[in-house]
Design a protein around this ligand. Structure first.
Ligand code: ADP
Ligand code: MG
Length: 373
């Protein structure tokens, strides 16, 4: 009775809705009739509750790798374990009900209301009507769509960003321990996209799912990821590390070219102002940033105000100290040294309104030629 066993195992996995370990071992996919495999010997160990970004150019195998996790595509070789259990031994339909899946095209059912869309998996799981209604309401609020306004609308009556949020709500409906997100914000405009990213990070801080998130946008990867896998053809892992480590020390020219220009400026967004040495020399008329701001925020404020420094204030608004260019530069230098960067230290260059020019890390090629983006 494999189905009964399956249900038991999957129930046990989904009890751990806060995220489970996900291991891929020597996974390959050879599509029939293709010369080369789409994914070749892919291995990765993802910790419970980690948000992992796959970044790579179109056609490198990101979607194929992801779809093997929920068995929308069957691997040709290798093994995939969810919470220690081999997913290939589980019933694929059952498995998919316990893995949230969000795709770029959103994939909402056009002839079902938003509430019906979100209720899809709970219905299949046989939840009671009352439980489903309660869940749909709470999820709509979680993704900041007012249930009174949106529950009974059809997808076409929502903006792209709202549909995207409804898609995320649907994927979260059965509280799956694992979420697979394939360029979920790709179709939205830059401002909506930033909002969705910020909302999703806030949500993830609460729910702590194990997430594989595909993007071709390196900025998005840096912003969202606990770790980033930079992929090349056949889903080959060129580097798998934290955003800060990848920016400080790209493993090779491929990764460096993928980062593109301005690695230092991207790293600034990962360091808090309180990690810099604040000076007591507070200038009247300087801009202010809160103590949880990043160095990037501080630099933006310096550029915006034209003052030589920015004042860091604590939550009560009391000035803690001042930060100038040199102090910001010093943090980048120190961080690069701590991380054992071999690529040389980044140096801050001239800044001008609207454009912050930053010295290139030595490891990154100045030319965009051969850039996979
Ligand atoms: P990505 O998501 O990184 O853009 P995909 O995983 O979709 O890449 O595709 C990887 C490679 O596999 C590409 O060369 C693509 O053409 C090929 N491929 C994808 N799906 C199929 C399929 N169903 N049959 C044959 N080849 C496919
Ligand atoms: Mg894809």
């Amino acid at each position: 009775m494999p189905d009964i066993t399956n249900t038991g195992i999957i129930d046990a996995i989904s009890q751990q809705s806060a995220g489970v370990r996900l291991e891929l071992e020597h996974v390959s996919k050879q599509y029939p009739g293709q010369n080369a495999p789409a994914v070749e010997d892919f291995s990765m160990d993802i910790r419970p509750g980690e948000l992992i970004m796959f970044v790579g150019p179109s056609g490198c195998g990101k979607t194929t790798t992801m779809k093997m996790i929920n068995r929308l595509i069957e691997p040709t070789a290798g093994s995939i374990r969810l919470d220690g259990k081999d997913v290939l031994s589980l019933n694929p339909n059952e498995l998919r009900r316990h893995i949230g899946y969000v795709i770029q095209q959103i994939g909402l059912f056009p002839h079902r209301t938003i509430a019906e869309n979100i209720a899809t998996v709970p219905k299949m799981l046989g939840w009671s009507k009352a439980r489903i209604t309660e869940r749909v309401d709470s999820l709509l609020r979680t993704v900041q769509l007012d249930p009174a306004l949106f529950a009974n609308r059809y997808p076409r009556q929502l903006s792209g960003g709202q549909q995207q949020r409804a898609g995320v709500a649907r994927a979260l409906a059965a509280d799956p321990p694992v979420m697979l997100m394939d360029e979920p914000f790709g179709a939205t405009d830059p401002i909506t996209r930033e909002r969705l990213q910020a909302e999703f990070l806030r949500l993830q801080a609460e729910i702590g799912k194990t997430i594989v998130f595909v993007t071709h946008d390196f900025e998005e990867a840096v912003r969202m990821g606990d770790r980033i896998a930079v992929l090349s053809e056949r889903s080959r892992i060129e580097q798998f590390d934290t955003p800060a480590n990848i920016l400080a020390a790209p493993a090779n020219d491929y990764v460096a070219s993928f980062i593109g220009r301005g690695a230092a400026i991207k790293r600034l967004a990962l360091v808090r102002v309180t990690d810099a040495t604040l000076s007591p020399n507070i200038l009247p008329g300087a801009g202010q940033v809160p103590s949880d701001a990043t160095l990037r925020d501080a630099l933006d404020m310096i550029v915006l105000t034209g003052a030589p420094s920015v004042t860091v204030v604590d939550p009560d608004g009391t000035p803690m100290g001042a930060l100038d260019h040199a102090a910001i530069s010093a943090v980048l230098g120190a961080e690069a040294a701590t991380l054992g960067a071999t690529a040389g230290q980044a140096t801050l260059g001239q800044t001008a309104v609207g454009q912050t020019a930053v010295g290139q890390t030595a490891g990154a090629p100045a030319s965009e030629a051969g850039s996979p983006a």
